[in-house]
Design a protein around this ligand. Structure first.
Ligand SMILES: NC(=O)c1ccc[n+]([C@@H]2O[C@H](COP(=O)([O-])OP(=O)(O)OC[C@H]3O[C@@H](n4cnc5c(N)ncnc54)[C@H](O)[C@@H]3O)[C@@H](O)[C@H]2O)c1
Ligand SMILES: [Zn+2]
Ligand SMILES: [Zn+2]
Length: 361
């Protein structure tokens, strides 16, 4: 019997999201039905609503969620009803060319539920990042449901399902921030602040937070930034250089998703340094650079999808850090809201008032 529940649906480009009745099938082979307990509002949800990801409307938004498994389909092992899980948008398939080379954190064919969730009239929904968790229940591939310690409250735990993992992993996995490094993070929303926390935990000597919003910079200090730069009033590149003996930072993480901030990251980096782009650009954005600068500066220009994480390895680790008081997941939860307040949460995000609004169900 399919389940009729409430879900937050983005019906068309730029249109306000709507709370709609949706139909969620019982889990088929390899699938899991999850009762969502909390789901954070990520900037990527807004990118979907703006049509910046693709045109597969209607979307069922929400993808930073924790909840409990309600049912599993045939063939599912290691997951059972009652398990407390965080949902992942990467569930390595095990057989794609990347998985077969032993690099499952890049999996090119990540698993999702095969059956579609729909509106009541049968219109199929495109779940954001293959999750769709602004809903009372959602259907995922069993591998997307990662068991974590139930001692972590869902409002906090769910956040590692996207933004926190993406930022933390950009620093810890993609950049490989290590003791003694100098790090700058441009854009201190939920993602950027997680990169700051990870850099600090990894033993970075200096962690420079850059944002255009003073509130974000205050929060960044709480996550371990040693210095802050308000790029609305000073030149970010010059400021990062002057904080690093004129050299630039070993690692610069771009967590905004714009050409101008990516260029700042490029020029604020020391020789042989690493730029990691986490911010998601719109399809029409371009950058132009003298090729000699690319060559002459050496190092690496990387992008980080989901912090190059392996959810089954990294989610329990982040939850353990949280429960030991080393990673302040609660600090990302600016407010808890109801399912019908996601549109307001987007406005607050755009005004810079929150790190994360978290829907509690
Ligand atoms: N790569 C991934 O796997 C992944 C995962 C999750 C999110 N993201 C992306 O990461 C980005 C950040 O997400 P978020 O949820 O933290 O968003 P957010 O809106 O909470 O944070 C963005 C921050 O950038 C700041 N900012 C804007 N313009 C700036 C500028 N010119 N200079 C400096 N700072 C500036 C804003 O003030 C804000 O604090 C988004 O593009 C999101 O889509 C990527
Ligand atoms: Zn794969
Ligand atoms: Zn996200």
């Amino acid at each position: 019997m399919p389940h009729e529940v409430r879900g937050v649906v983005s019906v068309g480009k730029g249109k306000p999201v709507e709370l709609a009745a949706i139909r969620v099938p019982d889990p088929g082979p390899g699938e899991a039905l999850v009762r969502v307990q909390a789901c954070g509002v990520c900037h990527t949800d807004l990118h979907y609503r703006e049509g910046a990801i693709n045109d597969d409307f209607p979307f069922l938004l929400g993808h930073e969620a924790a909840g409990t498994v309600e049912a599993v389909g045939s063939g599912v092992t290691g997951l059972e009803p009652g398990d407390y899980v965080v949902l992942a948008w990467r569930a390595p398939c095990g057989v794609c060319r990347s998985c077969r080379r032993g690099r499952p954190w890049y999996c090119f064919d990540s698993l999702n539920a095969v059956q579609r969730m729909t509106l009541l009239d049968g219109t199929p929904l495109s779940p954001a990042l293959g999750i769709g968790a602004f809903a009372d229940k959602t259907l995922v591939a069993a591998g997307q449901a990662v068991k974590v310690d139930p001692a972590a409250r869902p409002e906090a735990a769910g956040l590692i399902g996207c933004g926190v993992m993406a930022g933390f992993g950009a620093a810890a996995n993609t950049a490989g921030v290590s003791r003694g490094d100098t790090v700058a993070v441009i854009g201190c929303g939920g993602v950027g602040n997680a990169a700051i926390a990870a850099s600090s935990l990894a033993g970075a000597r200096k962690v420079i937070a850059v944002d255009v919003d003073g509130r974000k910079l205050e929060w960044a200090r709480g996550f371990g930034a040693t210095d802050v730069v308000d790029a609305s009033s000073v030149d970010a590149v010059e400021a990062i250089k002057s904080l690093t003996d004129g050299n630039g930072a070993d690692v610069v993480i771009e967590a905004v998703g714009r050409p101008e901030t990516w260029k700042q990251a490029f020029f604020a980096r020391d020789l042989a340094g690493v730029v990691v782009q986490v911010g998601v650009p719109a399809p029409d954005m371009t950058v132009e650079l003298p090729l000699i600068e690319l060559f002459g500066r050496g190092g690496a220009l990387k992008s980080s999808w989901y912090g190059d994480c392996l959810p089954s390895r990294d989610f329990p680790m982040l939850i353990d850090l949280y429960l030991r008081g080393k990673l302040d997941l609660d600090g990302f939860v600016s407010e808890t809201i109801a399912l019908d307040q996601v549109e307001e949460a987007f406005e607050k995000m755009e005004r810079g008032e929150v790190l994360r609004s978290v829907v509690v169900l």
